[in-house]
Design a protein around this ligand. Structure first.
Ligand SMILES: *[C@@H]1O[C@H](CO)[C@@H](O)[C@H](O)[C@H]1NC(C)=O
Ligand SMILES: *[C@@H]1O[C@H](CO)[C@@H](O)[C@H](O)[C@H]1NC(C)=O
Ligand SMILES: *[C@@H]1O[C@H](CO)[C@@H](O)[C@H](O)[C@H]1NC(C)=O
Ligand SMILES: *[C@@H]1O[C@H](CO)[C@@H](O)[C@H](O)[C@H]1NC(C)=O
Ligand SMILES: *[C@@H]1O[C@H](CO)[C@@H](O)[C@H](O)[C@H]1NC(C)=O
Ligand SMILES: *[C@@H]1O[C@H](CO)[C@@H](O)[C@H](O)[C@H]1NC(C)=O
Ligand SMILES: *[C@@H]1O[C@H](CO)[C@@H](O)[C@H](O)[C@H]1NC(C)=O
Ligand SMILES: *[C@@H]1O[C@H](CO)[C@@H](O)[C@H](O)[C@H]1NC(C)=O
Ligand SMILES: *[C@@H]1O[C@H](CO)[C@@H](O)[C@H](O)[C@H]1NC(C)=O
Length: 456
Protein backbone atom coordinates (compact mmCIF):
# COMPACT_ATOMS: atom_id res chain seq x y z
CA UNK A 1 0.00 0.00 0.00
CA UNK A 2 2.57 2.52 1.15
CA UNK A 3 0.76 5.68 0.26
CA UNK A 4 3.23 8.46 0.73
CA UNK A 5 2.11 11.34 2.86
CA UNK A 6 1.50 14.70 1.28
CA UNK A 7 4.68 16.72 1.25
CA UNK A 8 4.40 20.42 0.85
CA UNK A 9 8.04 21.38 0.40
CA UNK A 10 7.39 25.08 0.36
CA UNK A 11 5.29 24.83 3.43
CA UNK A 12 8.24 23.40 5.30
CA UNK A 13 10.07 26.66 4.77
CA UNK A 14 7.05 28.65 5.84
CA UNK A 15 6.69 26.42 8.86
CA UNK A 16 10.31 26.95 9.79
CA UNK A 17 9.92 30.69 9.47
CA UNK A 18 6.80 30.62 11.56
CA UNK A 19 8.15 28.74 14.56
CA UNK A 20 7.85 31.87 16.65
CA UNK A 21 4.38 32.61 15.32
CA UNK A 22 3.42 29.02 15.98
CA UNK A 23 4.38 29.44 19.59
CA UNK A 24 1.73 32.11 19.72
CA UNK A 25 -0.97 30.60 17.51
CA UNK A 26 -0.14 26.95 18.04
CA UNK A 27 -1.79 24.27 20.00
CA UNK A 28 -0.98 25.38 23.49
CA UNK A 29 -0.39 22.64 25.97
CA UNK A 30 0.20 22.82 29.69
CA UNK A 31 1.24 19.26 30.39
CA UNK A 32 0.30 19.51 34.07
CA UNK A 33 -3.28 20.49 33.30
CA UNK A 34 -5.96 17.91 32.61
CA UNK A 35 -8.12 20.49 30.86
CA UNK A 36 -5.26 21.52 28.64
CA UNK A 37 -4.57 17.90 27.67
CA UNK A 38 -8.27 17.41 26.96
CA UNK A 39 -8.32 20.51 24.75
CA UNK A 40 -5.31 19.31 22.80
CA UNK A 41 -6.88 15.87 22.42
CA UNK A 42 -10.12 17.47 21.32
CA UNK A 43 -8.36 19.52 18.63
CA UNK A 44 -6.51 16.49 17.27
CA UNK A 45 -9.64 14.34 17.42
CA UNK A 46 -11.55 16.99 15.48
CA UNK A 47 -8.80 17.00 12.86
CA UNK A 48 -8.99 13.21 12.73
CA UNK A 49 -12.73 12.98 12.23
CA UNK A 50 -12.69 15.94 9.84
CA UNK A 51 -10.56 13.78 7.56
CA UNK A 52 -12.57 10.62 8.18
CA UNK A 53 -15.06 10.52 5.34
CA UNK A 54 -16.47 7.12 6.15
CA UNK A 55 -19.85 8.28 7.31
CA UNK A 56 -20.49 10.67 4.45
CA UNK A 57 -22.96 9.87 1.72
CA UNK A 58 -21.50 7.36 -0.70
CA UNK A 59 -18.62 6.39 1.55
CA UNK A 60 -18.37 3.11 3.43
CA UNK A 61 -18.39 3.39 7.23
CA UNK A 62 -15.05 2.29 8.69
CA UNK A 63 -13.34 1.94 5.31
CA UNK A 64 -10.69 4.54 4.61
CA UNK A 65 -9.52 5.21 1.07
CA UNK A 66 -6.67 2.90 0.10
CA UNK A 67 -6.51 1.04 3.39
CA UNK A 68 -8.70 -1.20 5.52
CA UNK A 69 -6.65 -1.82 8.66
CA UNK A 70 -6.28 1.86 9.54
CA UNK A 71 -9.96 2.08 10.41
CA UNK A 72 -9.20 -0.16 13.39
CA UNK A 73 -6.38 2.12 14.55
CA UNK A 74 -8.55 5.20 14.04
CA UNK A 75 -11.48 3.87 16.06
CA UNK A 76 -9.19 2.56 18.80
CA UNK A 77 -7.89 6.11 19.26
CA UNK A 78 -11.39 7.59 19.20
CA UNK A 79 -12.75 5.12 21.77
CA UNK A 80 -9.89 6.04 24.11
CA UNK A 81 -10.54 9.70 23.36
CA UNK A 82 -14.18 9.34 24.34
CA UNK A 83 -13.24 7.58 27.56
CA UNK A 84 -10.72 10.15 28.70
CA UNK A 85 -12.63 13.29 27.73
CA UNK A 86 -16.28 12.27 27.98
CA UNK A 87 -16.82 13.84 24.54
CA UNK A 88 -19.49 11.75 22.80
CA UNK A 89 -19.50 13.82 19.58
CA UNK A 90 -18.03 11.07 17.42
CA UNK A 91 -19.44 7.97 19.11
CA UNK A 92 -22.16 7.45 16.54
CA UNK A 93 -19.78 7.43 13.58
CA UNK A 94 -17.30 5.26 15.47
CA UNK A 95 -19.92 2.71 16.52
CA UNK A 96 -21.44 2.52 13.04
CA UNK A 97 -17.99 1.94 11.51
CA UNK A 98 -17.02 -0.64 14.12
CA UNK A 99 -20.13 -2.68 13.33
CA UNK A 100 -20.15 -2.06 9.58
CA UNK A 101 -16.79 -3.75 9.09
CA UNK A 102 -17.49 -6.60 11.54
CA UNK A 103 -18.34 -9.20 8.90
CA UNK A 104 -19.89 -12.20 10.65
CA UNK A 105 -18.64 -10.97 14.02
CA UNK A 106 -14.92 -11.49 13.41
CA UNK A 107 -13.70 -8.61 11.24
CA UNK A 108 -13.45 -10.65 8.07
CA UNK A 109 -15.92 -8.58 5.97
CA UNK A 110 -16.45 -10.26 2.61
CA UNK A 111 -15.65 -7.09 0.63
CA UNK A 112 -12.10 -7.09 1.90
CA UNK A 113 -11.40 -10.47 3.50
CA UNK A 114 -9.71 -12.03 0.50
CA UNK A 115 -6.92 -9.45 0.68
CA UNK A 116 -6.30 -9.29 4.38
CA UNK A 117 -3.28 -10.09 6.48
CA UNK A 118 -3.61 -11.39 10.02
CA UNK A 119 -2.37 -8.05 11.32
CA UNK A 120 -5.09 -6.10 9.49
CA UNK A 121 -7.82 -8.14 11.14
CA UNK A 122 -6.02 -8.04 14.48
CA UNK A 123 -6.07 -4.25 14.76
CA UNK A 124 -9.85 -4.26 14.54
CA UNK A 125 -9.95 -6.97 17.20
CA UNK A 126 -7.81 -4.80 19.46
CA UNK A 127 -10.13 -1.83 18.85
CA UNK A 128 -13.11 -3.96 19.91
CA UNK A 129 -11.17 -5.18 22.95
CA UNK A 130 -10.46 -1.57 23.88
CA UNK A 131 -14.18 -0.79 23.62
CA UNK A 132 -14.98 -3.63 26.02
CA UNK A 133 -12.26 -2.63 28.47
CA UNK A 134 -13.27 1.02 28.53
CA UNK A 135 -17.00 0.28 28.78
CA UNK A 136 -17.70 1.96 25.50
CA UNK A 137 -21.50 1.96 25.07
CA UNK A 138 -22.86 -1.18 23.42
CA UNK A 139 -24.18 -0.58 19.92
CA UNK A 140 -25.42 -2.77 17.10
CA UNK A 141 -25.39 -6.46 16.46
CA UNK A 142 -22.16 -7.69 18.01
CA UNK A 143 -20.87 -7.00 21.52
CA UNK A 144 -17.39 -5.50 21.64
CA UNK A 145 -16.06 -8.46 23.60
CA UNK A 146 -17.51 -10.99 21.17
CA UNK A 147 -15.85 -9.17 18.26
CA UNK A 148 -12.48 -9.50 20.00
CA UNK A 149 -13.24 -13.17 20.63
CA UNK A 150 -14.23 -13.63 16.99
CA UNK A 151 -10.85 -12.32 15.87
CA UNK A 152 -9.07 -14.53 18.41
CA UNK A 153 -10.96 -17.66 17.36
CA UNK A 154 -10.41 -17.17 13.64
CA UNK A 155 -6.72 -16.41 14.17
CA UNK A 156 -5.83 -19.33 16.45
CA UNK A 157 -7.44 -21.58 13.84
CA UNK A 158 -4.69 -20.35 11.49
CA UNK A 159 -1.86 -21.25 13.86
CA UNK A 160 0.59 -23.04 11.64
CA UNK A 161 2.94 -25.63 13.16
CA UNK A 162 3.75 -27.01 9.70
CA UNK A 163 6.66 -24.58 9.44
CA UNK A 164 8.92 -23.18 12.16
CA UNK A 165 7.15 -25.14 14.88
CA UNK A 166 4.19 -22.73 14.97
CA UNK A 167 3.31 -19.10 14.49
CA UNK A 168 0.89 -17.12 12.40
CA UNK A 169 1.81 -16.25 8.89
CA UNK A 170 1.68 -12.59 7.94
CA UNK A 171 -0.88 -13.09 5.21
CA UNK A 172 -3.96 -15.26 5.47
CA UNK A 173 -4.10 -16.58 1.94
CA UNK A 174 -1.44 -18.48 0.02
CA UNK A 175 -1.88 -16.30 -3.08
CA UNK A 176 -0.91 -13.16 -1.19
CA UNK A 177 2.65 -11.88 -1.35
CA UNK A 178 3.97 -12.18 2.18
CA UNK A 179 2.34 -15.52 2.91
CA UNK A 180 5.86 -16.91 3.23
CA UNK A 181 6.61 -14.66 6.18
CA UNK A 182 5.81 -14.94 9.86
CA UNK A 183 5.97 -11.46 11.31
CA UNK A 184 6.02 -9.85 14.71
CA UNK A 185 2.97 -7.65 14.49
CA UNK A 186 0.70 -10.56 13.52
CA UNK A 187 2.03 -12.86 16.25
CA UNK A 188 2.67 -10.13 18.81
CA UNK A 189 -0.77 -8.71 18.04
CA UNK A 190 -2.50 -12.02 18.69
CA UNK A 191 -0.38 -12.40 21.84
CA UNK A 192 -1.65 -9.05 23.06
CA UNK A 193 -5.25 -9.86 22.18
CA UNK A 194 -5.04 -13.22 23.97
CA UNK A 195 -3.51 -11.59 27.06
CA UNK A 196 -6.24 -8.94 27.16
CA UNK A 197 -8.97 -11.56 26.74
CA UNK A 198 -7.45 -13.51 29.62
CA UNK A 199 -7.38 -10.38 31.76
CA UNK A 200 -10.97 -9.42 30.90
CA UNK A 201 -12.65 -12.84 31.04
CA UNK A 202 -10.36 -14.63 33.51
CA UNK A 203 -10.56 -17.61 31.16
CA UNK A 204 -7.23 -19.48 31.32
CA UNK A 205 -7.52 -20.73 27.73
CA UNK A 206 -6.64 -17.24 26.53
CA UNK A 207 -3.69 -17.02 28.92
CA UNK A 208 -2.41 -20.39 27.71
CA UNK A 209 -2.50 -19.10 24.17
CA UNK A 210 -0.77 -15.87 25.12
CA UNK A 211 2.01 -17.87 26.72
CA UNK A 212 2.26 -20.23 23.76
CA UNK A 213 2.47 -17.40 21.23
CA UNK A 214 5.06 -15.49 23.27
CA UNK A 215 7.18 -18.62 23.75
CA UNK A 216 7.00 -19.47 20.07
CA UNK A 217 8.15 -15.96 19.12
CA UNK A 218 11.01 -16.33 21.61
CA UNK A 219 12.01 -19.59 19.88
CA UNK A 220 12.63 -17.64 16.66
CA UNK A 221 14.71 -14.54 15.90
CA UNK A 222 11.53 -12.44 16.21
CA UNK A 223 11.97 -12.04 19.97
CA UNK A 224 15.22 -12.30 21.89
CA UNK A 225 14.55 -12.73 25.60
CA UNK A 226 18.13 -11.94 26.55
CA UNK A 227 18.77 -8.72 24.66
CA UNK A 228 15.04 -8.02 24.23
CA UNK A 229 15.59 -7.20 20.59
CA UNK A 230 12.36 -7.43 18.61
CA UNK A 231 12.76 -8.12 14.91
CA UNK A 232 10.11 -7.54 12.25
CA UNK A 233 9.85 -10.80 10.36
CA UNK A 234 11.18 -14.24 9.60
CA UNK A 235 10.66 -16.37 6.50
CA UNK A 236 9.27 -19.90 6.40
CA UNK A 237 11.58 -20.90 3.52
CA UNK A 238 14.48 -21.35 5.93
CA UNK A 239 12.35 -22.45 8.89
CA UNK A 240 12.27 -18.94 10.37
CA UNK A 241 16.00 -18.64 10.96
CA UNK A 242 16.69 -15.49 8.94
CA UNK A 243 15.80 -12.28 10.63
CA UNK A 244 14.36 -9.15 9.04
CA UNK A 245 15.55 -6.91 11.84
CA UNK A 246 13.95 -3.59 11.10
CA UNK A 247 13.16 -1.73 14.30
CA UNK A 248 9.57 -0.50 14.53
CA UNK A 249 8.10 0.86 17.75
CA UNK A 250 4.80 -0.99 17.51
CA UNK A 251 6.51 -4.39 17.38
CA UNK A 252 7.96 -3.62 20.81
CA UNK A 253 4.74 -1.96 21.96
CA UNK A 254 2.55 -4.94 21.22
CA UNK A 255 4.79 -7.30 23.23
CA UNK A 256 5.05 -4.80 26.12
CA UNK A 257 1.29 -4.41 26.23
CA UNK A 258 0.59 -8.15 26.16
CA UNK A 259 3.23 -8.80 28.81
CA UNK A 260 1.76 -6.02 30.99
CA UNK A 261 -1.70 -7.59 30.88
CA UNK A 262 -0.20 -11.02 31.63
CA UNK A 263 1.79 -9.53 34.50
CA UNK A 264 -1.32 -8.03 36.02
CA UNK A 265 -3.53 -11.06 35.28
CA UNK A 266 -1.02 -13.42 36.93
CA UNK A 267 -0.73 -11.15 39.97
CA UNK A 268 2.81 -10.19 39.10
CA UNK A 269 4.80 -13.22 37.95
CA UNK A 270 8.52 -12.82 37.30
CA UNK A 271 8.35 -14.01 33.70
CA UNK A 272 6.12 -11.13 32.68
CA UNK A 273 7.80 -8.58 34.88
CA UNK A 274 11.11 -9.40 33.21
CA UNK A 275 9.55 -9.16 29.77
CA UNK A 276 7.95 -5.78 30.48
CA UNK A 277 11.14 -4.34 31.95
CA UNK A 278 13.43 -5.79 29.29
CA UNK A 279 11.30 -4.66 26.38
CA UNK A 280 10.60 -1.28 27.93
CA UNK A 281 14.30 -0.64 28.42
CA UNK A 282 15.08 -1.20 24.75
CA UNK A 283 12.02 0.74 23.64
CA UNK A 284 12.82 3.82 25.70
CA UNK A 285 16.44 3.78 24.55
CA UNK A 286 15.62 3.23 20.90
CA UNK A 287 12.51 5.22 20.13
CA UNK A 288 13.17 8.24 22.38
CA UNK A 289 16.55 9.19 20.94
CA UNK A 290 19.01 11.01 23.18
CA UNK A 291 19.75 13.44 20.37
CA UNK A 292 16.21 14.81 20.67
CA UNK A 293 16.51 15.12 24.43
CA UNK A 294 15.53 11.56 25.30
CA UNK A 295 11.84 12.12 25.98
CA UNK A 296 10.39 12.59 22.49
CA UNK A 297 9.18 9.56 20.63
CA UNK A 298 10.37 9.00 17.10
CA UNK A 299 9.89 6.28 14.52
CA UNK A 300 13.60 6.13 13.96
CA UNK A 301 13.70 4.04 10.82
CA UNK A 302 11.74 6.45 8.66
CA UNK A 303 11.39 9.86 10.31
CA UNK A 304 14.89 11.31 9.96
CA UNK A 305 14.84 10.69 6.20
CA UNK A 306 11.13 11.47 5.87
CA UNK A 307 10.21 8.20 4.23
CA UNK A 308 7.46 7.11 6.61
CA UNK A 309 4.49 5.67 4.78
CA UNK A 310 0.93 6.02 6.00
CA UNK A 311 1.09 2.82 8.05
CA UNK A 312 4.31 3.79 9.74
CA UNK A 313 3.02 7.21 10.77
CA UNK A 314 0.51 5.40 13.00
CA UNK A 315 3.03 3.19 14.82
CA UNK A 316 4.21 5.54 17.53
CA UNK A 317 0.69 6.62 18.44
CA UNK A 318 -0.34 3.00 18.90
CA UNK A 319 2.77 2.40 20.98
CA UNK A 320 2.12 5.49 23.13
CA UNK A 321 -1.34 4.22 24.06
CA UNK A 322 0.02 0.77 24.90
CA UNK A 323 2.74 2.32 27.07
CA UNK A 324 0.12 4.37 28.91
CA UNK A 325 -1.88 1.27 29.85
CA UNK A 326 1.36 -0.50 30.77
CA UNK A 327 2.12 2.26 33.27
CA UNK A 328 -1.21 1.45 34.93
CA UNK A 329 -1.06 -2.35 34.81
CA UNK A 330 2.57 -2.54 35.93
CA UNK A 331 2.73 0.35 38.40
CA UNK A 332 6.50 0.06 38.81
CA UNK A 333 6.91 1.31 35.22
CA UNK A 334 4.90 4.48 35.75
CA UNK A 335 7.79 6.73 36.72
CA UNK A 336 9.80 5.64 33.67
CA UNK A 337 6.95 6.00 31.19
CA UNK A 338 5.36 9.27 32.28
CA UNK A 339 8.24 11.63 31.34
CA UNK A 340 8.34 10.01 27.89
CA UNK A 341 4.63 10.52 27.32
CA UNK A 342 4.85 14.08 28.59
CA UNK A 343 7.88 15.04 26.52
CA UNK A 344 6.27 13.54 23.44
CA UNK A 345 2.97 15.34 23.99
CA UNK A 346 4.67 18.70 24.50
CA UNK A 347 6.63 18.24 21.27
CA UNK A 348 3.56 16.94 19.43
CA UNK A 349 1.60 20.02 20.48
CA UNK A 350 4.28 22.14 18.83
CA UNK A 351 4.04 19.92 15.76
CA UNK A 352 0.24 20.22 15.56
CA UNK A 353 0.41 23.75 14.22
CA UNK A 354 0.11 23.23 10.47
CA UNK A 355 -2.12 24.69 7.75
CA UNK A 356 -3.43 27.36 10.11
CA UNK A 357 -5.83 24.70 11.37
CA UNK A 358 -3.70 22.78 13.87
CA UNK A 359 -2.75 20.00 11.47
CA UNK A 360 -0.27 17.64 13.12
CA UNK A 361 3.00 16.76 11.41
CA UNK A 362 4.81 13.42 11.28
CA UNK A 363 7.86 14.24 13.38
CA UNK A 364 7.30 15.53 16.87
CA UNK A 365 10.98 16.13 17.63
CA UNK A 366 11.15 19.05 15.20
CA UNK A 367 8.92 20.88 17.70
CA UNK A 368 7.25 22.65 14.81
CA UNK A 369 4.94 21.51 12.03
CA UNK A 370 7.14 19.66 9.52
CA UNK A 371 5.01 20.19 6.43
CA UNK A 372 3.19 16.86 6.44
CA UNK A 373 -0.59 16.57 6.55
CA UNK A 374 -2.75 13.47 6.85
CA UNK A 375 -5.30 11.46 8.74
CA UNK A 376 -2.54 9.30 10.22
CA UNK A 377 -0.76 12.34 11.65
CA UNK A 378 -4.02 13.39 13.33
CA UNK A 379 -4.63 9.92 14.77
CA UNK A 380 -1.13 9.80 16.25
CA UNK A 381 -1.56 13.30 17.66
CA UNK A 382 -4.83 12.23 19.28
CA UNK A 383 -3.09 9.13 20.64
CA UNK A 384 -0.28 10.98 22.40
CA UNK A 385 -2.54 13.50 24.14
CA UNK A 386 -5.00 10.79 25.17
CA UNK A 387 -2.13 8.52 26.33
CA UNK A 388 -1.18 11.22 28.85
CA UNK A 389 -4.74 11.33 30.14
CA UNK A 390 -4.82 7.52 30.45
CA UNK A 391 -1.58 7.49 32.43
CA UNK A 392 -2.41 10.52 34.60
CA UNK A 393 -5.83 9.15 35.41
CA UNK A 394 -4.52 5.62 36.02
CA UNK A 395 -7.23 4.34 33.70
CA UNK A 396 -7.52 0.68 34.54
CA UNK A 397 -9.14 -1.51 31.88
CA UNK A 398 -12.21 -3.14 33.39
CA UNK A 399 -12.72 -6.88 33.56
CA UNK A 400 -15.84 -9.02 33.69
CA UNK A 401 -15.62 -8.85 37.48
CA UNK A 402 -14.80 -5.13 37.83
CA UNK A 403 -17.68 -3.58 35.92
CA UNK A 404 -17.15 -4.86 32.38
CA UNK A 405 -20.48 -6.11 31.05
CA UNK A 406 -19.78 -6.62 27.36
CA UNK A 407 -21.45 -9.90 26.42
CA UNK A 408 -19.10 -12.86 26.03
CA UNK A 409 -19.38 -15.28 23.13
CA UNK A 410 -16.53 -17.80 23.35
CA UNK A 411 -17.57 -19.33 20.01
CA UNK A 412 -17.70 -16.02 18.09
CA UNK A 413 -16.48 -16.27 14.53
CA UNK A 414 -16.59 -20.04 14.47
CA UNK A 415 -19.76 -20.11 12.41
CA UNK A 416 -18.36 -17.72 9.82
CA UNK A 417 -18.64 -19.77 6.66
CA UNK A 418 -18.23 -16.85 4.31
CA UNK A 419 -14.49 -17.05 4.76
CA UNK A 420 -12.67 -20.23 5.53
CA UNK A 421 -11.07 -19.87 8.92
CA UNK A 422 -9.12 -23.11 8.73
CA UNK A 423 -5.95 -23.33 6.74
CA UNK A 424 -6.66 -25.55 3.82
CA UNK A 425 -3.78 -27.92 3.08
CA UNK A 426 -1.23 -26.10 0.99
CA UNK A 427 -1.01 -27.64 -2.42
CA UNK A 428 2.11 -27.68 -4.53
CA UNK A 429 0.36 -25.25 -6.82
CA UNK A 430 -0.13 -22.80 -3.97
CA UNK A 431 3.50 -23.14 -2.98
CA UNK A 432 4.77 -22.57 -6.48
CA UNK A 433 2.40 -19.65 -6.84
CA UNK A 434 3.47 -18.03 -3.60
CA UNK A 435 7.11 -18.72 -4.34
CA UNK A 436 6.70 -17.12 -7.72
CA UNK A 437 5.01 -14.09 -6.28
CA UNK A 438 7.58 -13.56 -3.60
CA UNK A 439 10.73 -14.50 -5.49
CA UNK A 440 11.11 -11.06 -7.01
CA UNK A 441 10.60 -9.32 -3.72
CA UNK A 442 12.24 -11.57 -1.18
CA UNK A 443 15.58 -9.79 -1.16
CA UNK A 444 13.81 -6.52 -0.71
CA UNK A 445 11.70 -7.87 2.11
CA UNK A 446 14.33 -9.68 4.04
CA UNK A 447 17.10 -7.23 3.46
CA UNK A 448 15.31 -3.94 3.62
CA UNK A 449 11.91 -3.96 5.20
CA UNK A 450 8.62 -5.67 5.51
CA UNK A 451 6.54 -2.83 4.25
CA UNK A 452 3.25 -3.55 5.78
CA UNK A 453 1.15 -3.94 2.74
CA UNK A 454 -1.75 -4.22 5.07
CA UNK A 455 -4.42 -2.26 3.37
CA UNK A 456 -6.06 -2.41 0.01
C1 LIG B 1 -6.53 21.45 7.64
O1 LIG B 1 -5.96 21.78 6.40
C2 LIG B 1 -5.59 20.68 5.60
C3 LIG B 1 -4.89 21.20 4.35
O2 LIG B 1 -5.70 22.07 3.69
C4 LIG B 1 -6.84 19.87 5.27
O3 LIG B 1 -6.48 18.74 4.49
C5 LIG B 1 -7.51 19.43 6.56
O4 LIG B 1 -8.71 18.75 6.26
C6 LIG B 1 -7.78 20.64 7.44
N1 LIG B 1 -8.28 20.18 8.74
C7 LIG B 1 -9.23 20.83 9.38
C8 LIG B 1 -9.59 20.32 10.73
O5 LIG B 1 -9.79 21.80 8.92
C1 LIG C 1 -23.49 7.92 10.37
O1 LIG C 1 -24.17 6.97 9.61
C2 LIG C 1 -25.13 6.27 10.34
C3 LIG C 1 -25.65 5.16 9.47
O2 LIG C 1 -25.55 5.43 8.13
C4 LIG C 1 -26.21 7.21 10.81
O3 LIG C 1 -27.14 6.49 11.59
C5 LIG C 1 -25.58 8.27 11.67
O4 LIG C 1 -26.53 9.22 12.05
C6 LIG C 1 -24.45 8.95 10.94
N1 LIG C 1 -23.77 9.81 11.88
C7 LIG C 1 -23.33 10.99 11.56
C8 LIG C 1 -22.68 11.76 12.65
O5 LIG C 1 -23.42 11.45 10.44
C1 LIG D 1 -10.66 9.28 35.53
O1 LIG D 1 -11.26 8.03 35.59
C2 LIG D 1 -12.43 7.99 36.40
C3 LIG D 1 -12.88 6.56 36.47
O2 LIG D 1 -12.96 5.99 35.19
C4 LIG D 1 -13.47 8.92 35.82
O3 LIG D 1 -14.59 8.95 36.63
C5 LIG D 1 -12.89 10.30 35.65
O4 LIG D 1 -13.81 11.11 34.97
C6 LIG D 1 -11.60 10.27 34.92
N1 LIG D 1 -11.04 11.56 34.92
C7 LIG D 1 -10.51 12.07 33.86
C8 LIG D 1 -9.89 13.40 34.08
O5 LIG D 1 -10.51 11.52 32.79
C1 LIG E 1 -19.07 -3.60 0.57
O1 LIG E 1 -19.20 -2.95 -0.69
C2 LIG E 1 -20.51 -2.43 -0.95
C3 LIG E 1 -20.53 -1.91 -2.38
O2 LIG E 1 -19.56 -0.92 -2.51
C4 LIG E 1 -20.83 -1.37 0.07
O3 LIG E 1 -22.14 -0.89 -0.13
C5 LIG E 1 -20.75 -1.95 1.47
O4 LIG E 1 -20.93 -0.93 2.42
C6 LIG E 1 -19.37 -2.57 1.68
N1 LIG E 1 -19.32 -3.23 2.98
C7 LIG E 1 -18.24 -3.18 3.75
C8 LIG E 1 -18.30 -3.95 5.02
O5 LIG E 1 -17.24 -2.57 3.47
C1 LIG F 1 12.08 -25.91 12.29
O1 LIG F 1 12.01 -25.20 13.52
C2 LIG F 1 11.27 -25.89 14.51
C3 LIG F 1 11.11 -24.98 15.70
O2 LIG F 1 12.20 -24.14 15.89
C4 LIG F 1 11.95 -27.19 14.86
O3 LIG F 1 11.20 -27.89 15.83
C5 LIG F 1 12.06 -28.04 13.60
O4 LIG F 1 12.79 -29.20 13.88
C6 LIG F 1 12.74 -27.26 12.49
N1 LIG F 1 12.66 -28.01 11.25
C7 LIG F 1 13.69 -28.16 10.42
C8 LIG F 1 13.43 -28.91 9.17
O5 LIG F 1 14.78 -27.69 10.67
C1 LIG G 1 -4.71 -13.44 41.36
O1 LIG G 1 -5.13 -13.19 42.67
C2 LIG G 1 -6.54 -13.23 42.83
C3 LIG G 1 -6.88 -12.76 44.24
O2 LIG G 1 -6.05 -13.38 45.18
C4 LIG G 1 -7.01 -14.65 42.57
O3 LIG G 1 -8.42 -14.73 42.69
C5 LIG G 1 -6.63 -15.02 41.14
O4 LIG G 1 -6.97 -16.38 40.87
C6 LIG G 1 -5.14 -14.84 40.92
N1 LIG G 1 -4.88 -15.02 39.49
C7 LIG G 1 -4.05 -15.92 39.01
C8 LIG G 1 -3.95 -16.00 37.51
O5 LIG G 1 -3.37 -16.62 39.71
C1 LIG H 1 -2.73 -4.43 38.37
O1 LIG H 1 -3.17 -3.12 38.02
C2 LIG H 1 -3.78 -2.41 39.07
C3 LIG H 1 -4.30 -1.10 38.51
O2 LIG H 1 -3.27 -0.24 38.28
C4 LIG H 1 -2.81 -2.21 40.19
O3 LIG H 1 -3.44 -1.57 41.27
C5 LIG H 1 -2.26 -3.56 40.63
O4 LIG H 1 -1.27 -3.36 41.60
C6 LIG H 1 -1.67 -4.30 39.45
N1 LIG H 1 -1.23 -5.63 39.84
C7 LIG H 1 0.05 -5.90 40.04
C8 LIG H 1 0.36 -7.31 40.41
O5 LIG H 1 0.93 -5.07 39.95
C1 LIG I 1 -23.50 -2.31 30.52
O1 LIG I 1 -23.75 -1.28 31.46
C2 LIG I 1 -24.03 -0.01 30.90
C3 LIG I 1 -24.14 1.02 32.00
O2 LIG I 1 -23.94 0.49 33.25
C4 LIG I 1 -25.30 -0.09 30.10
O3 LIG I 1 -25.56 1.16 29.51
C5 LIG I 1 -25.12 -1.13 29.02
O4 LIG I 1 -26.30 -1.30 28.29
C6 LIG I 1 -24.70 -2.47 29.60
N1 LIG I 1 -24.34 -3.36 28.50
C7 LIG I 1 -24.79 -4.59 28.41
C8 LIG I 1 -24.34 -5.38 27.22
O5 LIG I 1 -25.53 -5.07 29.24
C1 LIG J 1 -12.78 -20.18 27.62
O1 LIG J 1 -12.34 -19.84 26.31
C2 LIG J 1 -12.30 -20.96 25.45
C3 LIG J 1 -11.68 -20.49 24.14
O2 LIG J 1 -12.52 -19.63 23.49
C4 LIG J 1 -13.68 -21.55 25.28
O3 LIG J 1 -13.59 -22.69 24.46
C5 LIG J 1 -14.26 -21.90 26.63
O4 LIG J 1 -15.59 -22.30 26.48
C6 LIG J 1 -14.20 -20.71 27.57
N1 LIG J 1 -14.64 -21.10 28.88
C7 LIG J 1 -15.58 -20.44 29.52
C8 LIG J 1 -15.91 -20.93 30.90
O5 LIG J 1 -16.14 -19.48 29.04
Amino acid sequence: MARPGVWHGWKKLVAALLVVANAVHGLELDISSTDSLKNAASTAAYGTMHMYGGNATGAIPGKLPGTWWEGGALFMAMIEYWHETGDTTYNNEVSVGMQWQAGAGDYMPSNWSSYLGNDDQMFWGLAAMTAAELEYPAYGKYSWLSLAQGVFNTQVARWDPSTCGGGLRWQIWAYEAGYDLKNTISNGGLFQLAARLAYYTNNATYADWAEKIFDWCASTPLLNTETWNVADSVGVEDNCTTQGNNQWSYNYGTFISGAAYMYNYTNGTTKWEKAVNGLLGVTLNTFFPAKYGGNIMSEILCEPTEICNANEILFKGLTAAWLAFTSVLVPSTYSQIIPKLQGSAEAAAQSCTGNNNNSCGVRWYTKAWDGWTGLEEEVSGTNIFVANLIANNRTRPVTSTTGGNSTSDPTAGQDDHSTSTKLSPITTGDKVGAGFLTAGFITFWMGLVVWMVIGH
